[in-house]
Design a protein around this ligand. Sequence first.
Ligand SMILES: Cc1cc2nc3c(=O)[nH]c(=O)nc-3n(C[C@H](O)[C@H](O)[C@H](O)COP(=O)(O)OP(=O)(O)OC[C@H]3O[C@@H](n4cnc5c(N)ncnc54)[C@H](O)[C@@H]3O)c2cc1C
Length: 595
Amino acid sequence: MTDYTPPLRDMQFVLHELLDLPRVLHECGKAEIDGETIDQVLNAAGEFAAEVAAPLNAGGDHEGCAMPQAGVVTTPTGFKAAYRQFTAAGWTGLACEPEHGGQGFPDTVNNAVFEMLCGANMGWAAYPGMSHAAYTCLKANGTAAQQALYLPRIAAGEWAGTMCLTEPHCGTDLGLLRTRAMPQPDGSYRITGTKIFISGGEQDLTANIVHLVLARLPDAPAGVKGISLFIVPKYLPTPQGEAGERNLLACGSIEEKMGIHGNATCTMNFDGATGWLLGEANKGLAGMFVMMNHARIIVGVNAIGLMEAAYQRALAYAKDRTQGRSNSSAQENRAAADPIVQHADVRRMLLTQKAYVEGCRALALWATHLADIEHHHADTARRAEAASLLALLTPVVKALSSDLAVECTSLAMQCYGGHGYIRDNGVEQYLRDARIIPLYEGANGIQAMDLLGRKVLGDQGRSLGNFLGVLRAFITAEAGNAAMREFTTPLADLATEVEAVTRVIAGRASSNADELGAAAAPYLRLLGHLALGWMWARMAAIALQRGAASEEAIYASKLATARFYYQRLLPETRGLSAIIQAGAATLMEPAVEML
Ligand SMILES: Cc1cc2nc3c(=O)[nH]c(=O)nc-3n(C[C@H](O)[C@H](O)[C@H](O)COP(=O)(O)OP(=O)(O)OC[C@H]3O[C@@H](n4cnc5c(N)ncnc54)[C@H](O)[C@@H]3O)c2cc1C
């Protein structure tokens, strides 16, 4: 039995009706990937997610990973077979280049597939997810020889990839990292140091693991300007490109943690391990950022997968569980109680989940399609515009989706009452699994400062101006559509409000840097609502237009959810604006002893 239903129709709505992806792909020189092909991929991936990955989710959580002997890590029962099936079907290479044996699909389709895998089984999906992030980093930074050696094997899923940044004393502040790289006469480096919390640092799924490790050269400047990036494989490749001699690195332990028990979180000891420089010396952080930016979008997508899965369970439960009489059916209903889905407060919880999951999905796939445009579009101006919007919205996709995943999986549990807290009912796992997402790939507070400090104020508001321009062009285009005013009027007001608070913060932050940190988190949520509001307005416009000629339930459902979002969730922005304007004083004035 499977507890996960792939949200295929909603994905099709976003990819075809909202983004018109086949047309965009045509402009990006990928005309062979038409609508029918996209649907075939989504259907097949959904089948894998529901029938192969999802049935392993609860078992993987209960059993977890193990370390039966020093340095050896085993994944839960069934994970290996599922991974073999996945690679045999070519899924690891879906968005890899054909020259590396991949299928050349756009990231937009790959991320829709990844959402389903994560909704079905996040612990399992994180293994191929991390490898794909490593693929993008090697592709962006590797020499031709490095690409030829590693990329086909990662694309085929034979070798996996990791990212090794974190050390015990150094998480957010990578300038503190101590892992050393000593140059060797043959051009390689000896890497020595300890990395912690490395996802998939050791596992039993692949023949080799390619660690991408941040370390310092002996003469490196202090801080972030002295960090270099290295390729450090578990097994040193032979001249024929096979996994050869064991490298001097090992997993020291795996973490006991709150969730994603099926994904091994490893302490990795590098004891003079052989590695090779990836990209330029002392520019490792910039090289790693390719991977981190990619990973930030995919962890946002991961969060959406969990929200969707938890919502599906909560909705099914609410239709089945009878408690209390609903106001509407109490007179005629002979049963002692009605399904809880009829109660207004339960509907509040369900619709909040639905509005956020569908809004975040639209936003994340829209952001991903910008990545496809940035990399493949024929028109330089379109590429530049897409890059600017994507850079601005990447921290929003990561932090907003992950914060909302924690809120929504908690609401899903709330719909179950006390039964949600009981392990056997399955919904609590989503909340435990979701809780890591606001923490890793840059904690959400850091994402918020990246958004406000670097992306908005750092470029004197140009990217924000681009975004507001695109959004206002939509409002102008809908100006003659009276049915859209319930959405476009509050959206236009919110855009004006965002501009106003941005000016306030910029003014204050010029004389007090704490003003930026104090405003960052509510600012990210405020801008997140603007982006979600735009997505919901666009979806409402499609629903109004297509719903007039179609009986299909999705259009009425989109319109109803858009109204719910605008009337019951978007007004949160008024409070956020007030919080931002309150400034830093009440945060920074109390002495530390008063905290
Ligand atoms: C399950 C799991 C898997 C992981 N996988 C990987 C992996 O594969 N590879 C890898 O390299 N790492 C991985 N990590 C590490 C993860 O990325 C870090 O935990 C994360 O970057 C935060 O670092 P930290 O835990 O040291 O927290 P800290 O950096 O100590 O931060 C603690 C808190 O302080 C805040 N803070 C820190 N500095 C500032 C500042 N300047 N201004 C304002 N607030 C600040 C943070 O936002 C956070 O809320 C993983 C972690 C876990 C738990």
